[in-house]
Design a protein. Structure first.
Length: 275
């Protein structure tokens, strides 16, 4: 059975695609990572409504999608007919080494325990994992923290640093880990970080409702932050406040795509995947 989560995606599942789509930069990095592993069969964890499921399938991968939200699985399976699993990642209902690789987008900060999930990834995957993640360095350089200081207590602890994520992957048995920094195109995939360049998005309640970050913050804290942000935008003070955060963000990026691999499990890959 799925493990309950404080973020009820059943409440936003129907309208989720209004603010979510495949981000090209993330898709390219995922595909590059998976191809570097020589993977063909994938388990996509945290698949949601299946946007990346469709992109991965269209790129020639055999994808089994997994999510712990019944509403998301129902919609995703309708969009992408194929194997779907309703489950939490802490106890994957798959046989050991039953897929070539694990793939995931924006899932690590939803995990009850990172080490437990990575151990399951290591058990199920034959050659490795490719996962997009927002790490602490990405969040620490958002000007949001000036207006919503609750982020430091509520959100930052959910996101590992890049170093601790890589270390955890080594502890889980992966032999090599590489990370690529990603900047969003800003076109249509309105994730939590999208308002960094479009602050007026934060005044849209539907945008806030579709992000787990703002759904975790208190309504009182959000109201205070929005009032202060509105004053600064009207007075022109916002630019000076955001500038040092944006300068640091240019080095940190919006997120990372991490590729972790083994050296001793390639025997499980089919000959066609090696070509």
């Amino acid at each position: 059975m799925p493990v309950p989560t404080s973020i009820n995606y059943g409440q936003v599942a129907t309208a989720y695609d209004n603010s979510r789509c495949v981000e090209p930069a993330i898709a390219v990095a995922l595909l590059e990572g998976l191809r570097s592993l020589g993977a063909r069969s994938l388990l996509e964890v945290g698949a949601g409504r299946g946007n990346y499921t469709g992109a991965l399938t269209a790129s020639g991968f055999s994808v089994t999608a997994l999510d712990r939200s019944p509403a998301m699985v129902e919609i995703g399976a309708h969009k992408n007919p194929g194997p779907w699993i309703l489950s939490d990642v802490s106890a994957l209902p798959l046989r050991t080494r039953s897929v070539d690789a694990i793939a995931g987008v924006n899932v690590l900060h939803h995990l009850p325990t990172l080490h437990t999930a990575l151990a399951e990834f290591s058990r199920v995957a034959r050659v490795g994992v490719v996962s997009q993640a927002v790490v602490r360095e990405n969040l620490e350089t958002l000007w949001y923290r000036h207006y919503f200081p609750e982020i430091d207590d509520v959100l930052l602890p959910l996101h590992p640093t890049l170093g601790s994520l890589i270390t955890a992957m080594f502890h889980a048995g992966f032999s090599r880990v590489a990370a690529a920094k990603i900047f969003y195109s800003g076109d249509r995939d309105l994730t939590f970080e999208a308002a960094r360049t479009r602050p007026h998005l934060l005044f849209d309640s539907s945008f806030r409702a579709s992000t787990s970050g703002f759904r975790r913050l208190s309504s009182a804290g959000i109201a205070r932050g929005l009032a202060e942000l509105e004053r600064d935008l009207e007075s022109g003070a916002f630019a000076a406040i955001a500038a040092p955060y944006d300068a640091a963000h240019s080095a940190a990026a919006d997120c990372v795509v991490v590729t972790a691999r083994y050296f001793d499990r390639t025997a499980g890959i089919t000959s066609s995947a090696k070509r």
